[in-house]
Design a protein around this ligand. Sequence first.
Ligand SMILES: Cc1cc2nc3c(=O)[nH]c(=O)nc-3n(C[C@H](O)[C@H](O)[C@H](O)COP(=O)(O)OP(=O)(O)OC[C@H]3O[C@@H](n4cnc5c(N)ncnc54)[C@H](O)[C@@H]3O)c2cc1C
Length: 409
Amino acid sequence: MTSTDSTDVLIIGGGVAGAAAAKTLREGGFEGRIVLVTRELDAPYHRPPGSKEHLRGEASHDDALVVPAAWWTEHDVDLRLRTSVLSLDTDEKVAKLQTKELLSYDRALVATGAMVRRLKAEGTGHHGIHYLRSLRNADAIREDLAEVGKDAKVVLVGGSYIGTEVAASLASEGYAVTVLMQEDEPLERSFGAEVGAWVRARLTQHGVEVRGGVEVEAFTGEDPEDGKSRVTAVRLADGSTVDASVVVVGVGATPDVMLAKKAGLELGESGGAIADDRLRSSAEGVWLAGDVCEYASSLHGGRVRIEHEDVAEQQGAFVARQWLGEDEPYAVVPYFFSDLSDWLSLESVSVTHGRPFDGTRIEGSLDDDAFAVWLLDGDRAVGYASFNGAGDLDAAREVLRSGGPVPSA
Ligand SMILES: Cc1cc2nc3c(=O)[nH]c(=O)nc-3n(C[C@H](O)[C@H](O)[C@H](O)COP(=O)(O)OP(=O)(O)OC[C@H]3O[C@@H](n4cnc5c(N)ncnc54)[C@H](O)[C@@H]3O)c2cc1C
């Protein structure tokens, strides 16, 4: 017979959202039992270094840990690595773990994050084609590059953050790098074509070849008969080919709602699990946080799901504070950062998700290394980004919070 264990708090998912919830509970004096169950092989860590300093071999795995490895036992949090929660009975408040254990809970946080979006193209099974979500994926890319050597021809599929960050990291290591993307300019979808062209210029200045407006159709390999031999080229929809020995695909992520769906939690338009403005799911006793959470946001005027590290941490901590007795809506202006090697660091605050921007206004000059950009919806400010430290992010955050117009130049 399977015995049922019990916990006051069950956290599902050991990303930064889940970790922030556990940390905030203990820091807030919570003395009840906390069990954090995660499929992850490693204790909670930050993913951003995976396309930046970790990928460049400048930082270790331990450098990326959310808290030192000993923290979990020192703070009496039962951390279960390499374990999936298979199902959640939200009526009975019982979770079934991969270990066959049943765990009854008082409150649960579903922070199951996101998974990489797979590219729909022929030949993706070839050796040398990588996706990047975990630090272990970054290690695998480094090992592969070491195997091929400094002559490796690296191709990035995708011109957004993963694509541009990985391109910059590997170009700074001396590899020949090509970025292939559907859009015309890198980061165009985030900041518009004008800023995108500036980013392209930075990449090309450092030796990265950038090809916009292209569609990847297939990968071909050393052995035409063997779909698993090393990749040698990428074929584009226009019939042209690009030489490649190592490929990194960065075409976005999709929320991991496998458990949420099975548990009957209501799902939203973006594919995430729906939460109200307190991050409560549609099931009593179950909260949501991070990449999986599609929450009701007064700042955005609707439901949004945001894949930013800071948002995941803020939401995990927010849920913990609700459990500790706070009662207020979640209303933090989303913050994001990105680094292209040591050539470009950008920070942004925005409420654009789910709402398009139709214009931009540059503060400073695109002829300089540092400038800022407002994203506009009509005359209303919906986003702001600081490139290489220019501008005033805090002031912009206040404008976005209050829904005000763009300050005059
Ligand atoms: C390479 C890379 C670079 C990035 N760089 C930046 C950046 O520069 N700036 C920025 O703001 N954001 C960045 N991000 C995005 C940021 O890392 C994510 O938004 C953040 O990690 C989301 O955290 P999370 O806790 O919601 O989810 P995740 O980190 O995805 O964690 C969820 C965890 O839940 C586990 N899980 C899922 N289902 C189950 C289950 N049924 N049972 C048990 N466990 C389960 C998963 O295995 C996973 O470990 C980057 C992401 C990547 C991959």
